[in-house]
Design a protein around this ligand. Sequence first.
Ligand SMILES: C[S@@+](CC[C@H](N)C(=O)[O-])C[C@H]1O[C@@H](n2cnc3c(N)ncnc32)[C@H](O)[C@@H]1O
Length: 267
Amino acid sequence: MPVLTDGLRSPACFPIAIVICGPIFPEMPRPCSSLFVTFLWIAWVCQAQEESVNPGINAAYLRDDLIVTEWIERLENEGREIAANRAEIIRQAGITPGSTVADVGTGTGLFLPLLAEAAGSTGKVYAIDIVQKFLDHIEVQKARLGLDNVETVLCSERSIGLPADSIDVAFICAVYHHFEYPRDSLASIHRALRPGGRVVLIDFKRIPGESANWILNHMRAGQEVFEAEITAAGFTKSAEITGLLASNYFVIFTKSESRSGSPVMGL
Ligand SMILES: C[S@@+](CC[C@H](N)C(=O)[O-])C[C@H]1O[C@@H](n2cnc3c(N)ncnc32)[C@H](O)[C@@H]1O
């Protein structure tokens, strides 16, 4: 019940809890019962807080001595399936002129020139990441390439940091498995998407017995589990693009009317 638990984490619940629970402890003096309710509420908030599903997964990105050029070599290398097919990926993602797109976990900004072109001068692209050094690099590229419709956003590991109803598409390539708090990050994406908005998900296939060891070790789960988590967060799978990528899956979800599902972490 993500809506319920999110709601209970709201500070607004505290006075309501005192009013509701106060009479439950009539024998206690009023200050004691209030203190007791406070204690219970804090205990509930602490246990309701999502825990990291993969502690340390972003250690390489969060290092103070991160060298951006090393990541450009890795992420923008044409030997990387994603980089080699980036133009076709963006074409098949179906981004229309005038759209507002969040490039969630933009990294070195591999997709930004293509996303900026697809969104056009009436659209907008938010380049979002948890790493300020990547965003500094993107600001330089933005000026150099004239990417006027791109705006950088430093986000947290729990939220993409955009206002409600502000985007049409959340583009998430090679990033979902880096979400330490997928339920929280997905809730922020759901909130930021306008009605009918879409999530474009691309990530490594993880198939025990087939995938390389480094993928089996690096990825906490495969497509089925990630799809179940995203569906539970209030999205409906609407398309899967096959035939373009070999090592990655490419799936599109549409925002459902409400976040009705239950969290399925650990499936
Ligand atoms: C493998 S890189 C992918 C970069 C880019 N999307 C690409 O495909 O070239 C993963 C990126 O996700 C970012 N990241 C990790 N956790 C994140 C989170 N919770 N929210 C936003 N970005 C995150 C990392 O800092 C890193 O830049």
